[in-house]
Structure formats: structure tokens, C-alpha cells
Design a protein around this ligand. Structure first.
Ligand SMILES: Cc1cc2nc3c(=O)[nH]c(=O)nc-3n(C[C@H](O)[C@H](O)[C@H](O)COP(=O)(O)OP(=O)(O)OC[C@H]3O[C@@H](n4cnc5c(N)ncnc54)[C@H](O)[C@@H]3O)c2cc1C
Length: 391
């Protein structure tokens, strides 16, 4: 019997229009030909492959969910399937694009004025300017909704920002950093676009991560950073506006988790077919097939859930709890799946050259960022019971 080789087991890609499908294939080709051969080199050295930015820019996928302002303007389904495709080869590159095209461009798209969108989105869509999104602080992670300590004080036409941020992806080299801070006058969270090189803005690379080592995360110190009122996101007046951005990007992270799991599964399947023990390919052993089918089940169930989430987004029905459930569910299934893939490779599962080990490590960061499993569970718990259980 001919083996069914496609990990898109329920043919979900068929839901895309022809041009969307073509675009996914273009991304797949780029990731397999340009990223896969070099990524371990960068991962080992905790460096970012800046040389790949022009190629990524040419794919025309930055800010895909945004319409107008030089942005591609695709469906949430296409956006999600592209996130899957990026993560399937490398979760770090997927995260880099998620921070730039999702969190940073999404903040400007959802919270910026017309003039601000016209000013920043076109060069960001062309990836001439790279964005970062600075919400988390050293002492405030899960509790950002109520506890941000970074302050913004208005002084005429200028705002003065003070505080610290942690984990900020792309921040060591980004041109535009969206900084979320609490206005001391009304105690509400507002968003500010800080330009690289601003006086008092100091990003320091976080070293020795065991996951997503290609992503350049930074701790940031903001010391009397002066930002023009024209750089304050005009439509962001409370944390509820920040949450709109997270609703969008959390869905993208769920798709990324599917990609990370699928990448590990595909490597494991290929390995199982060529690795021989007891005189036959290990893929022919029942217990190995059990592992493979469990992995495929996780990937397929998660992908189906994400497809429905994207449909809800595209029809304007998606709520915070829909994204939260998908993020929590898909990242749990991802963590389980990459573990099984590693198990299937035996000792080679911990060697970088066999790829699966990188997915195992990277999954740990995807599992925790953009809201941990606990926080996303509490969002869903509140929605189904009507009772908030955060504190
Ligand atoms: C690789 C990476 C990249 C990131 N990129 C960015 C970025 O670009 N921009 C940005 O702003 N942030 C970024 N983050 C931050 C990320 O969003 C936070 O790490 C995440 O929200 C969790 O916060 P924390 O790490 O401070 O954990 P904490 O909030 O300290 O949580 C620790 C543990 O306590 C649990 N917990 C907390 N509160 C509760 C509760 N009420 N009930 C039950 N359990 C609870 C958590 O679930 C977790 O298990 C990144 C993080 C990582 C690891």
C-alpha cells in the first residue's frame, strides 16, 4: 500500500483559494530551501539570520492580516496557515514574523490613527522597518492586564517613559518598538512607538535561552525616554485595546504550535522509515506506528480547531476566549507531540542535526509566551462560568 505522506491529513489546505494555496507553497519552498539548511548554525550561536530578511520580505507576508496601507490583506485562515508553514520548518523564524507582522504591525493597525498607519505600516510590510512589542516586565508577566509598572507622563507635546521590559523579541535590532505603559494621569495603559536609538532606551540581549535561540529577546530599560504625542497610538486608551492585539496574535500562536508539532512529526516519520533495527525499518513496528498516529492525531485535531477559529475571526465572531482555548489546547498538544517525536528518534532525538531536538526546545517558549496555559485556561474558565478566577 502506498503510504499517505501528507501531514495535512484532512486536506485543510483545500480550504484556501488557489492564490492563497500558491502563497503557502511559496512560503514552504523558501523555508525549506533557504531556512532549513542554515538555521541550526544560527540556533547554536544564538544569532539572528539578518541575511534572510530580504527573502522573507519578498514573500509579502508581513502584516498579512492587515488590509490597506501597503499590507497584503489576506484572510485569517491564510495568515494562520502561513504561520503554521513557517513554524513547521523553524519556530524562531515564525516567532520573529509573529512579533513583527502580528504584534507590532497589529498594534499599529488596530490602535493607530489613519496618519500613523500610513506612516509606519507600508515600510513595515516591506520589512524595511522591523517592529517589536514591549508589554511584559521583569516583575509583571501574567498580570500585565492590571499591573504594568512602566509609566508614561505627559509633558506638553511629549511623553516621558520610565520603566523596564523583559523578553521583548526583535528589540535588539528593531526600528520601531511598541511600548505599553501606564499613564500616571488616568492610570490607563497606552501604547507608544519608540524609535530605535531614542535617548534613554537601552535594550540588552537575553543570553543562554534554551528555546527559540534565534529570536533576539531583550531586557529594556527606559530612562526618561521622550516620545512625541504623535507617536502615541491614538486609538489605544485602555488595556482593552492592547487585548485586541493579543486576541489576534494568540490565534497566530495556536497555528504556530500546530506548525511546530507538524514539523517534529514529519521529521519523525521520515526517520522512522529509514532507520532500521532488528533488520527492518522501525516504522514497521506497532509501537512506533502508535507514536506516529498519536502525533498525527494531535496535529490534525489542533489544525482543525485552528481552522474553525480562523473562520470565526474572518466572520467577526471570534472572542478572547476562542483564541485563548486554541492557544492553550494547541500548545499542550504540541508539547506532547514533540516529546513523542524525540522518543521515536531514540538517542538521535537529542542531536541538533536530526532537527527534532530544536522543536522540543522551541516548544517550551511557545508554550509559555502570549499567555501561559494557566492564564488562557482562566480566560476560558471565566467565559464559561461567568466567574473570574485570576486572583
Ligand atoms: C521566548 C519568549 C518570547 C517572548 N516575547 C515577548 C515579547 O516579544 N513581548 C512581550 O511583551 N513579552 C514577551 N514574552 C513574555 C511572555 O508573554 C511571558 O513570559 C508570559 O506572559 C508569562 O509571564 P512570566 O514569564 O512573567 O510568568 P509569570 O507570570 O511569572 O508566571 C509564572 C507561572 O505562574 C503561573 N500563574 C501566574 N498567574 C497565575 C494565576 N492567576 N493562576 C494560576 N497560575 C498563574 C503562570 O501560568 C506560570 O506557570 C516572551 C516570553 C518568552 C519566554
Amino acid at each position: 500500500m502506498d503510504p499517505v505522506i501528507d501531514a495535512d491529513f484532512y486536506a485543510l489546505e483545500q480550504l484556501l483559494a488557489a492564490d492563497g494555496h500558491q502563497q503557502v507553497m511559496k512560503v514552504r519552498d523558501f523555508m525549506e530551501k533557504s531556512v532549513a539548511p542554515v538555521i541550526n548554525h544560527y540556533w547554536t550561536r544564538e544569532e539572528f539570520p539578518h541575511d534572510l530578511i530580504p527573502g522573507l520580505a519578498e514573500l509579502g507576508i508581513a502584516g498579512l492580516a492587515c488590509g490597506g496601507y501597503g499590507c497584503p490583506g489576506g484572510s485569517s485562515l491564510l495568515d494562520g496557515m502561513i504561520a503554521l508553514e513557517l513554524a513547521r520548518v523553524d519556530p524562531s523564524i515564525a516567532t520573529f514574523m509573529g512579533v513583527h507582522g502580528g504584534l507590532a504591525m497589529g498594534s499599529i493597525y488596530l490602535c493607530g490613527s489613519e496618519e500613523q498607519k500610513r506612516r509606519w505600516l507600508p515600510p513595515m510590510a516591506r520589512m524595511e522597518k522591523i517592529g517589536a512589542f514591549a508589554l511584559t516586565e521583569p516583575d509583571v508577566g501574567s498580570g500585565v492586564a492590571g499591573g504594568l509598572t512602566t509609566t508614561a507622563q505627559r509633558d506638553g507635546d511629549v511623553w516621558v517613559l520610565n520603566g523596564q521590559k523583559k523578553w521583548i523579541g526583535n528589540a535588539t535590532f528593531a526600528d520601531l518598538i511598541i511600548v505599553w505603559a501606564r499613564d500616571v494621569a488616568d492610570n490607563q495603559v497606552k501604547g507608544f512607538v519608540v524609535e530605535a536609538g531614542a535617548e534613554g532606551f537601552t535594550p540588552t540581549k537575553i543570553r543562554n535561552k534554551i528555546a527559540l535561540r534565534v529570536v533576539q529577546n531583550a531586557e529594556i530599560t527606559l530612562e526618561n525616554v521622550r516620545v512625541l504625542e504623535a507617536n502615541r497610538l491614538q486609538e489605544a486608551t485602555t488595556f482593552r485595546d492592547t487585548a485586541k492585539v493579543l486576541r489576534l496574535t494568540r490565534a497566530g500562536v495556536a497555528w504556530m504550535a500546530v506548525g511546530c508539532a507538524r514539523g517534529a512529526y514529519e521529521h519523525a516519520l521520515a526517520y522512522a522509515k529509514q532507520r532500521e533495527q532488528f533488520g527492518r525499518p522501525i516504522a514497521g513496528f506497532q509501537l512506533v506506528q502508535d507514536l506516529l498516529v498519536r502525533m498525527l492525531s494531535n496535529v490534525t485535531a489542533s489544525a482543525c480547531l485552528c481552522v474553525r477559529l480562523s473562520q470565526l475571526q474572518d466572520s467577526g465572531q471570534a472572542k478572547d476566549h476562542h483564541s485563548a482555548l486554541a492557544k492553550a489546547f494547541c500548545t499542550v498538544r504540541m508539547r506532547e507531540t514533540v516529546g513523542w517525536a524525540r522518543e521515536l528518534l531514540g538517542g538521535n532525538g537529542i542531536l541538533l542535526e536530526h532537527q527534532v531536538g530544536r522543536f522540543v526546545a522551541d516548544a517550551e517558549a511557545i508554550y509559555s509566551y502570549e499567555g501561559t496555559r494557566e492564564i488562557n485556561t482562566l480566560i476560558v474558565g471565566r467565559a464559561i462560568t461567568g466567574l473570574g478566577a485570576f486572583v
